[in-house]
Design a protein around this ligand. Sequence first.
Ligand SMILES: *Cc1c(COP(=O)(O)O)cnc(C)c1O
Length: 459
Amino acid sequence: MKKVPHRLYLSEDQIPRQWYNLRADMKEQPDPLINPATMQSATQEDLTPVFCTELARQELDATTRYIDIPQEIRQMYKVYRPSPLIRAYQLEKALDTPARIYYKFEGNNTSGSHKLNSAIAQAYYAKAQGLTSLTTETGAGQWGTALAEACAYFHIPLTVYMVKVSYEQKPFRKAVICTFDGKIIPSPSDTTNVGRKILAENPHTGGSLGCAISEAVEAAVTTPGCRYVLGSVLNQVLLHQSVIGLESKMALEMLDEYPDVVIGCAGGGSNLGGLAAPFFQDKLTGKANPRIVAVEPASCPSLTRGRYAYDFCDTGKITPLARMYTLGSDFMPSANHAGGLRYHGMSPILSKLYHDGYMQAISVEQTKVFEAATFFAKHETILPAPESAHAIYGAMQEALRCKQSGEAKTILFGLTGTGYFDMTAYTAYQEGTMTDYIPSDEDLQRGFAGLPQVPGQPE
Ligand SMILES: *Cc1c(COP(=O)(O)O)cnc(C)c1O
C-alpha cells in the first residue's frame, strides 16, 4: 500500500468533466413524480413553470449516464475544488482502531458546505435561460448562503425565504447572505397566499422548511422570469453532487484504496447521494459491494421510521408528489432539535435504493452527535457542522466495531461542512441544556395521517 498523506488534493485538471447520473444504472427506477392536479406522471411541461428548463430536463432524465459539466460551472468549481480527501490519522489513533478512516471535506468555501456544488449549476442554467430572478428557501442557512454566492457570481437577483426561527437565531447567516446581495424574507411571511394562510392558522409559528418551500414556489410561479431552485432531495441535485463521489473515488484509487463502508449524513439525501453515487454504480453493476450507510437524526427519522409513500415535498402541498421515505409533509421535528437534517422526506433515488436493499440507515440522538462532533474537532481540528457530525458518529461506531473485531476496514465518510453558525447549539451541548427528543409512534402517526391518497398506491 502507498504511503498515504494526511491530505490528498487532486489537481484542478482532475475535477470531473461530467456528472454521473446514478439512475442510468439502477435496475428499477424510482417511481415517477406525480402532478397532484392531474394525478398523472409529471411531464417536462408540468415542471417548467417552476424549474429552469434544463434543470427540469435533468430531473426527468433517467438514461443519460454522464452529463457534461458546462465550462462556466467547472470554472467556478475551480475556485474552491477539488476538495481534499483527508486521512483521519489522529482520529484513528484516538479510537485505537485498525480501520483506515478517510473523509471528503466539503466545508472549504464561504457557504461552509457541499451545497455550493449544486447552487452553481442551478444559477448557471437559470442565467443561460435568460431568467431574471430566482427564489428559494433556507432552513439552517447553508443553502441560502451557497445560492446567494452562486447568484452573485452569475448576476441573478435572489430572494431567500428563511425559516423564521433560523432567521431570528442566526443573524450572522443573514449578514453573509446579504453580502452576496441575497434578499431575505422570514417565513412564514405575509408576502404569499400560503404564508398568510399558515400565519392565520398559527400566528406564532417559527416556520418550517416545507412552509418556506411553499412560499418560494408560489413567489416563483407568480413572478415573470422567475423560477424556484431547491438545494436537496431532487434528482438534479444528486446529479450535481456526484462531483463529491467522483473526486473521492479517484483520490482513493490513487492511494490503492477502496472503501468497505461509505457513510453520509442524510437530510434530503444530496451529499450522501453524491458521495456514494460511483460506489452505488459499482454495487449495481456487480463490480464491488461496499456497504453504504445513511445516518439521520432520531428526532427526524424519515428512513428508519418513515413510510415509503407518495407525499408532497412541501408543507403547503403545492409541489409535485414524490414517492419517498417520508414522515408526512406536516411533520415538524421538536423545537429543541438543533442538529439540522430536519426535512420530512428523503431523495426518491436514495429512497428507492434503500427500499431495494442497496443502502442501510441508522438514527442517532443529538447529544451523541455533538459528543462525536467535539471528539472529532479535538483530534482533526475541524469544527464540524452538526449535520456532518451525524456521519462522524457513524464512522466512529464503525471504527470501534473494527477495534472489537480486529478488522482493518477502509471507511469513507462525507464531512459536509463547518459549524461556525451553530455555536448556540454547541453552547447548549456544553452547558448540558441540550436534550434528546425522539418522536413517539403517535407523533409519527399524525404525520402519516396527512399523506395524500394516490390511486394505485398501497395505503
Ligand atoms: C444541507 C446540509 C446537509 C444535509 O443535506 P443533504 O441534502 O442530506 O446532503 C448536510 N450537511 C450540511 C453541512 C448541510 O449544509
